[in-house]
Structure formats: C-alpha cells, structure tokens
Design a protein around this ligand. Structure first.
Ligand code: 8YV
Length: 327
C-alpha cells in the first residue's frame, strides 16, 4: 500500500484523537503537556509531511523558511489561523486548513457566560460567599445590571457572531452588528439584526459589545484607544475572539478610570501573559482562553483535522482549506 504520511502533532490531544491518528498516519506525538520549543517546532517542520499545530505555535516566515521538502500541509488544530503566516505558506506550496464549525456553539455559550457574569457580578458574589461576607439577603446588595432589553453590538458576524446573536436574542437583547460584508437578508431578518456600516457609530450606541472577528493585519487593534473612547461609560465589552483585536492597554485605562462598566475577557494580547493590571480590576471577569474548551468540541476538532489530512493525502482539496484571500 501507500506509504503513510508523517504527521507531527505539536500538542497532546484527546486520547481518541491521538489513537485514530496513530491508526491512519505515521504519527509523532508530543507526550508532554507543554508546547514545543522553537527548536522542536522547526524540527517538526523539517521532517514532517503534515504538521498539526495549535494556537500556541507561531509558524511565521522564519519558521516556514526552514520547512523540509516533504511538508505540504499545515492542518491547524483550531479555527483562528493568526498563528500561521498563511500567505507565506501558500507561496511555498504548503496548504493550510483549520477546524471551523465544531467550536461555534461552545464559543457562543462561553460568550454568553461572560456577558452575564460581568453585568450580574458573578465573581463578586462567588467571592463574597467564599470570604464569608454574606450576612443575609439585602435589597440593595450585589446589584448588577440586566442584559435583557439592552443593545448588543457584535463585531464580526460569522458563524460564532451569529450563534451569539441567536442566544442574545433569546435573552431579550436587541442585535446590532458590524461586519465587512452585510450578511444575507434572511439571516438578518431571522435575528432581527441591525447592520452598522460604521463601526464608530455602532460603538457609540451599544450597551454591550462582543468581538467575534478573526485577528488579521486588518483587525489588529480594531478597537483602538480612539474607538474604545466612543463606547458609553456604562457599556460592557466581551472578547472571546483574539486579544490583539483590542488595544489592551487602552482598555485597561478606561476600566481603571470607570469610563467603561466592565469587561469579560477570554483572550489577551500577549497570551499566556495577562497584564497584572487586569487582575486588579473589580469590574472584569478573566478566563484563560476557554471559549472552545469542551471535550466534545476538542474531539470534533481532532476529527476535522483528520478529515483534512486524509482528504489532502488522497489527492483532493481538503474541506477546510484556508486561502490568503479569505483573511
Ligand atoms: C482553540 C481558538 O483552543 O480555534 C480557535 O481559534 O482560539 C481555540 O478554540 C485554539 O485555537 C487551538 O489551537
């Protein structure tokens, strides 16, 4: 039969995924719980037919320039591909795929969790109980703000943005969005969503803003210091997309000066580093990039990676190919 492709997987994956990969490919696994070092990553790139990286592997031009002659596919275990220089990869004849769809609902759920947790003061309440600070119910204690009846501004109305819109609508919010392109009318109508061509104008009018666009050169610091200042003082911001989309220092300054009501952040500008100033703030909920962290989702991500590799190795176009023009 055909020689099995050498597939290097940079991170430990759920066991069922690793087992299936071992059956299908000449699979080299990372048995440790830590990411590859730069040297290990380069070694993988030099020797593999297929590399399966994650968000913690930076595959930039320098790394790609050391790719071996056999490397033909980078099958990202994850949806966002901002960890990969897709253009340079394509120019070198290396295909890139991702895992869209299977983490949409989980990420939208986590977005709603943050959207509720911050205005309704979930961490303050949990902490008060843990610290034995509850002396009984009071009509004026631990009051937050409702999200029902409020305006949600979604930045990036793709799969995840729409999944958030469906949930937020059911929670009684009115849906607004900004996107490079307007979504089809039937989608807009089903969500009763209002399209804002101008991000600036939308920002000035929202009660909650949630980020769901990818991180690309075009969206880096999309929420710049100037734009963040457009937000109402009583607005909340949620980010389960990528930290780089928000100017984190500018966001921190606004939160410190109470020029924003609060923030729910699952992603950060310099992961895994989290600016210590964020942890000092009372009006934030911070999570360690858990948006898609369900066992079901991780297994499905693995299945997607496997299908992409298999399809490619069978000589066909992999279903989740990412082209530079899509970014
Ligand atoms: C993953 C994510 O945990 O898919 C993404 O874009 O941010 C997360 O769901 C991560 O990317 C795994 O590589």
């Amino acid at each position: 039969g055909k020689k099995k492709p050498v597939v290097v997987v940079t991170r430990k994956l759920p066991e069922v995924v690793e087992t299936r990969m071992r059956e299908l490919f000449e699979t080299r696994l990372n048995e440790s719980d830590r990411p590859y070092t730069q040297a290990e990553l380069v070694e993988a790139m030099r020797t593999a037919d297929v590399v399966v990286p994650t968000v913690t592997d930076r595959i930039d031009g320098a790394v790609l320039s050391q790719a071996g002659p056999n490397l033909k596919l980078i099958a990202n275990f994850g949806n966002g591909v901002d960890n990969i220089d897709v253009l340079t990869a394509n120019n070198r004849g290396i295909n890139v795929t991702n895992t869209p769809g299977v983490l949409t609902e989980d990420t939208a759920d986590m977005t709603m969790a943050l959207m509720l947790a911050v205005p309704r003061r979930l961490s303050a309440g949990i902490q008060a109980l843990a610290n034995n600070e509850w002396s009984g119910w009071s009509p004026t204690w631990m009051l937050g703000h409702r999200i029902w009846g409020k305006r949600l501004g979604i930045i990036g109305m793709g799969r995840i943005g729409q999944a958030v819109a469906r949930r937020a609508k059911a929670f009684g919010m009115s849906i607004h969005y900004h996107n490079r392109r307007r979504v089809p009318t039937d989608v807009e109508e089903a969500l009763e969503a209002t399209y804002w061509e101008s991000l600036d104008q939308m920002l000035a009018r929202m009660d909650v803003v949630s980020v769901h666009c990818p991180h690309t050169p075009g969206t880096f610091h999309l929420l710049s210091a100037r734009r963040l200042k457009l937000l109402k003082k009583d607005a909340y911001i949620v980010n389960t997309a990528r930290g780089e989309v928000i100017d984190e220092n500018a966001l921190i300054r606004l939160l410190e000066n109470n020029e924003l009501a609060g923030a729910g952040l699952d992603v950060f500008e310099h992961e895994p580093a989290v600016n210590p100033k964020l942890a000092q703030l009372e009006n934030v909920v911070l999570l360690p990039h858990m948006g898609s962290a369900t066992i079901e989702g991780r297994i499905e991500m693995g299945e997607k990676v496997i299908i992409n590799i298999k399809t490619f190795m069978d000589g066909h176009r992999p279903p989740d190919r990412v082209l530079p023009s899509m970014l």
